[in-house]
Design a protein around this ligand. Structure first.
Ligand SMILES: NC(=O)c1ccc[n+]([C@@H]2O[C@H](COP(=O)([O-])OP(=O)(O)OC[C@H]3O[C@@H](n4cnc5c(N)ncnc54)[C@H](O)[C@@H]3O)[C@@H](O)[C@H]2O)c1
Length: 481
């Protein structure tokens, strides 16, 4: 099939690459000429593992190209995806201006030569499918007055569930595909489009073998409204789940329990599940915060106040502040001290800094008169470019960040940090204090390396209990898998 994808961000580029890899002919469109130039040169505008490799294969299979002009690709396409940003407005409401421009542009580009499906992949509030329908019609009316009745199209919602950092694997081997539309002819086009994905009939790329458990992908077909709601409900649930883990970790710290072990203990219950139960400095990224706020905004519009979602946001806000509190507990005075941050990206394997806890923590520390050094394997360039007012001293290595620092704060759990020579780091510091905001390190190993260590929900008292357990007096010595 001929496909256009509007927006070449984290979602659009990955969607385009996967569809072309399945054998469709794809054109990706973006208003950002610099991004398009980069993609044409084979350079990646974002850091996403395996994306460059998949784009290489996609060109050879279905074929993929990049342009700033929507007109020709849209007119030639059977399916047009909208994958533009929907950032939050100060009110929490989703800013739909990019979606609106894309929908009008699609309308203006249509003719009566074929039936086209306009698919909304951006995360949008309930009712946006109807808005897209109206805007496409208005675009048609403006560009071809009088032809409106002869130009046929359907609108669908196909929310995206990829995770940055594992976006390609998530898109080739998803848990499910959600398709929402009002008419069966619209759904039929999407069933055909996704057939290779649903049947898993495409050859797995050598760099991302198909997991043995993936044989077919479940498809949920539903209404536009329910599809839009599924996306918000999924993100809200995950945000609440992490918030719950953090809430319990804060109680663990007070009563002397080991939060990671408590999470292992509850996560083994099939009704609960082990993922998204890691206590830490809270979630960040471009989705959870904005989607939870947008869902709260929608529910307020309908006269309903979601206390659970409000609490999830509040718990997350406080969790970021916990990093500062822990540094204050260790150092008392932060003014004039030097803190080394390990990690800036909102999570490992991405360069995305949108709503990253590191930014808020660095900003607060700087406001308090603290010197902030930082090292991140990938996100430093993006941080320097996108947040120029943040006066962070960027470092060449974790060792450089530790040099003469009064404390180290681990913010992002990059794998390479787990392999650091802790004793070597401790020796470089003015004070060997380590606040492990993601519970990456073994507390005992960190202490033996010379660190005054603290994690999240891991009180020192529990470490003493474990010491007893190692000597065989406590049968409940859980070792997290
Ligand atoms: N990033 C994620 O992990 C993720 C996951 C699931 C869903 N989503 C949702 O997908 C949508 C896109 O997210 P993203 O992270 O890819 O955003 P992004 O900001 O990385 O990319 C959006 C792109 O759209 C382009 N754009 C804006 N208006 C345009 C227009 N009229 N025509 C052409 N291009 C236009 C921008 O230039 C930008 O390159 C959002 O609604 C987001 O909530 C994101």
């Amino acid at each position: 099939m001929r496909v256009t994808v509007i927006g070449t961000g984290y979602v659009g580029t990955v969607t385009g690459a996967c569809l072309a890899y399945f054998g469709h002919r794809v054109t990706c469109v973006d208003t950002d000429a610099q991004k398009i130039q980069k993609l044409r040169r084979g350079e990646m505008p974002i850091y996403e593992p395996c994306l460059a490799e998949l784009l290489g294969l996609a060109s050879a299979r279905g074929g993929i190209d990049f342009t700033t002009e929507l007109g020709t690709p849209a007119v030639e396409s059977d399916v047009i995806f909208i994958a533009v940003g929907t950032p939050p407005l100060p009110t929490g409401e989703a800013n739909l201006c990019y979606l609106e421009a894309a929908a009008r542009g699609i309308g203006a580009s249509m003719d009566d030569r074929r039936f086209r499906v306009v698919v909304n992949k951006s995360t949008v509030p309930v009712g946006s499918g109807n808005l897209v329908d109206t805007l496409v019609r208005e675009g048609i009316e403006e560009a071809h007055p009088g032809d409106r009745k002869r130009i046929r199209f359907g609108v669908a919602s196909n929310p995206e569930f990829l995770r940055e950092g594992s976006a390609i694997a998530d898109s080739l081997y998803p848990d499910r595909i959600v398709l929402g539309a009002g008419e069966d002819c619209t759904l039929q086009v999407l069933r055909e489009l996704y057939e290779p994905l649903v049947a898993q009939s495409f050859p797995a790329p050598a760099f991302l073998p198909r997991p043995a458990t993936v044989t077919q992908v479940s498809v949920v077909t539903t209404t536009l409204t329910s599809a839009e709601m599924i996306k918000y409900a999924a993100n809200a649930f995950l945000a609440v789940k992490i918030g719950f883990a953090n809430e319990v970790a804060n109680i663990c710290e007070r009563v002397g329990a080991e939060a990671p072990e408590v999470m292992t203990g509850i996560g083994l219950d099939a009704r609960i599940g082990a993922s998204f139960l890691k206590p830490g400095l809270g979630w960040g990224g471009s989705c959870f915060g904005k989607d939870v706020q947008s869902l709260m905004h929608t529910s307020r519009e309908y006269g309903y106040q979601s206390r659970l979602l409000e609490a999830a946001l509040e718990v997350n806000r406080a969790q970021r502040q916990l990093a500062i509190q822990k540094l204050q507990e260790k150092l008392f005075i932060l003014k004039g001290r030097t803190i080394g941050l390990l990690g800036l990206a909102f999570k490992p394997e991405t360069d995305d800094l949108r709503d990253a806890p590191s930014l808020q923590i660095a900003e607060r520390l700087l406001q308090m008169g603290t010197r902030v050094k930082a090292y991140d394997p990938i996100a430093m360039l993006a941080c320097r470019e996108n947040y120029p007012t943040l006066k962070i001293q960027y470092c060449e290595s974790p060792e450089d960040a530790a040099q003469d620092a009064d404390a180290l704060l681990l913010v992002t759990e990059w794998k390479e940090f787990a392999r650091l020579d802790l004793a070597g780091l401790a020796q470089r510091m003015a004070r060997p204090i380590l606040v492990d905001g993601r519970n990456l390190f073994d507390p005992e190993a960190a202490r033996q390396a010379g660190f005054d260590y603290c994690g999240i929900g891991r009180p020192q008292r529990a470490a003493q209990h474990n010491g007893v357990a190692e000597h065989g007096r406590n049968g409940a010595n859980l070792v997290p898998a």
